[in-house]
Write a protein that binds this ligand. Structure first.
Ligand SMILES: Cc1cc2nc3c(=O)[nH]c(=O)nc-3n(C[C@H](O)[C@H](O)[C@H](O)COP(=O)(O)OP(=O)(O)OC[C@H]3O[C@@H](n4cnc5c(N)ncnc54)[C@H](O)[C@@H]3O)c2cc1C
Length: 332
C-alpha cells in the first residue's frame, strides 16, 4: 500500500519553526466521542478546549497540523474588524453587537493565553498592533473605532500623521490606530504548538488522512478516509478554505479571498532601526490592504490581499516587493 505523505510548502515559517514530527495516517476503524476534521487553529483550539469536558477526541487532517492557512499567514494578532461601526451594528443588532465586540477583544487574549498556558515557543510579541490608513474614509474609520474602543476601556489610541510616521517609519499614512492589546506570533510555530498541546492532553491526531465521506446512523456519524474510518457521537468540520463537497452545501458558504505573503532577507541594523522599531504588526485600512511586520530575524514580512473574487491577479513577489519599497524606500 502506498501512503501519500504531506508535501510542505518551502516557506519562511517552515524553515524557522521548530520541527514537529508528522502525525501518522489513520489506517484502521476506530470510535471516539468527538471527531474534528481539520488541524488548523480552529480544529486544534476546539480540541484543546473540548478536552476539559470530553474524554476521547480525534483530529483528522488531510495533511499535517499547520499545513493549511494556519501555517501560511502573517501572524498578526489584531482585535479589529473591517466594517465601520454602523455596518457592524446592522450585521449584529442589539445584544449580538456587544457579544461580537467582546469576542474581538477576547480572541486576542485567547491567543496569548494559549501561548503562555502551553509554553508555546512561537516568537510571540505583544507590543500592540496598528491599523493605518490614508485619505478621508480611512481617517473617519480610524477616528470612530479609536473613540469607541477607548470608551469600552481598551487601551486603544488614535495617532496623528506625525506620531504614525514615528511609530511605523513611513509618512504614507494620515492616521493610525494603536491597539495595545495586539501583537504577533510565528504562525506555523503557534499552530504546531497547539498540536503538541493537544497531543499532551491525550487528543489523537492523524495526519495524511483526508476525510472523503460522512455517513449518519441514528445519533452517530462515521467518517471515512482512504484507509480507515472514525465513528463518533459529535463531529466538527474545521476545514476552512479547503472545504469541498464533504458536507453538501458547506463549500458554497466560503468566500475565496486571495492573499499573498513575502519576506525580505534579514535587514541590516541601520535599516531595520528605521522601520517599526517596536515591532508592532501593521494592517492597512484600504480597499485592497497591505499588512506587514518585522520578524525576530529582522525580515520585513509583507503581505497584500487580493480581491474577493479569489483570483490571484497581480499578486506576485515582484509586485509585493515594489509595494513594500514604495512604503519603505530604505529597504531597496
Ligand atoms: C496569506 C494569508 C495571510 C493571513 N494573515 C493573517 C494574519 O496576519 N492574522 C490573522 O489573524 N489571520 C490571517 N490570515 C487568516 C488565517 O490564516 C486563517 O483565518 C486561519 O489560519 C484559519 O484557521 P483554520 O483552522 O480555520 O483553517 P486552516 O488552517 O486552513 O485549517 C483547515 C485544515 O483543514 C484541513 N482539511 C480540509 N479539508 C479536509 C478534509 N476533507 N479532510 C481532512 N482535513 C481537511 C486542511 O488540510 C487544513 O489543515 C491569513 C490568511 C492568509 C491566506
Amino acid at each position: 500500500m502506498t501512503v501519500q505523505k504531506t508535501e510542505w510548502p518551502d516557506s519562511l515559517w517552515r524553515s524557522t519553526a521548530e520541527p514537529l514530527r508528522d502525525f501518522p495516517e489513520l489506517q484502521e476503524d476506530i470510535e471516539t466521542d468527538l471527531l474534528i476534521i481539520g488541524a488548523g487553529y480552529t480544529g486544534l483550539s476546539t480540541a484543546l478546549h473540548a478536552a476539559d469536558a470530553i474524554e476521547q477526541i480525534v483530529i483528522l487532517d488531510q495533511a499535517q497540523p499547520g499545513w493549511g492557512c494556519s501555517g501560511r499567514n502573517g501572524g498578526q494578532v489584531h482585535g479589529q474588524w473591517k466594517p465601520d461601526l454602523a455596518a457592524l451594528q446592522r450585521l449584529y443588532p442589539g445584544s449580538q453587537f456587544d457579544a461580537f465586540i467582546k469576542t474581538l477583544g477576547d480572541a486576542v487574549e485567547l491567543v496569548f493565553d494559549l501561548v503562555d498556558q502551553h509554553q508555546i515557543d512561537c516568537q510571540a510579541q505583544r507590543a500592540g498592533s496598528i491599523i493605518a490608513g490614508k485619505g478621508g474614509k480611512a481617517v473617519r474609520y480610524l477616528t470612530e473605532w479609536s473613540k469607541f474602543w477607548a470608551e469600552t476601556g481598551a487601551d486603544v489610541r488614535l495617532l496623528d500623521k506625525h506620531a504614525s510616521t514615528d511609530l511605523i517609519g513611513t509618512s504614507h499614512y494620515d492616521r493610525s490606530m494603536f491597539d495595545r492589546r495586539g501583537g504577533s506570533v510565528q504562525p506555523l510555530a503557534y499552530c504546531q504548538g497547539l498540536a503538541r498541546a493537544c497531543h499532551e492532553r491525550g487528543v489523537t491526531i492523524h495526519g495524511d488522512s483526508r476525510a472523503v465521506r460522512i455517513s449518519q446512523n441514528g445519533n452517530s456519524w462515521r467518517v471515512f478516509t482512504a484507509h480507515g474510518s472514525v465513528k463518533c457521537e459529535r463531529l466538527v468540520l474545521a476545514t476552512n478554505g479547503y472545504t469541498d463537497e464533504l458536507w453538501p452545501g458547506l463549500a458554497q458558504t466560503i468566500v475565496p479571498v486571495a492573499s499573498m505573503l513575502t519576506a525580505t532577507a534579514p535587514l541590516p541594523d541601520a535599516v531595520v532601526s528605521t522601520l517599526l522599531p517596536q515591532r508592532q504588526p501593521v494592517a492597512e485600512y484600504a480597499g485592497v490592504p497591505a499588512y506587514y511586520r518585522v520578524d525576530e530575524t529582522n525580515r520585513l514580512v509583507f503581505g497584500w490581499r487580493g480581491t474577493v473574487s479569489g483570483e490571484i491577479g497581480s499578486l506576485n513577489t515582484a509586485h509585493l516587493r515594489s509595494r513594500a519599497v514604495r512604503l519603505f524606500p530604505q529597504i531597496a
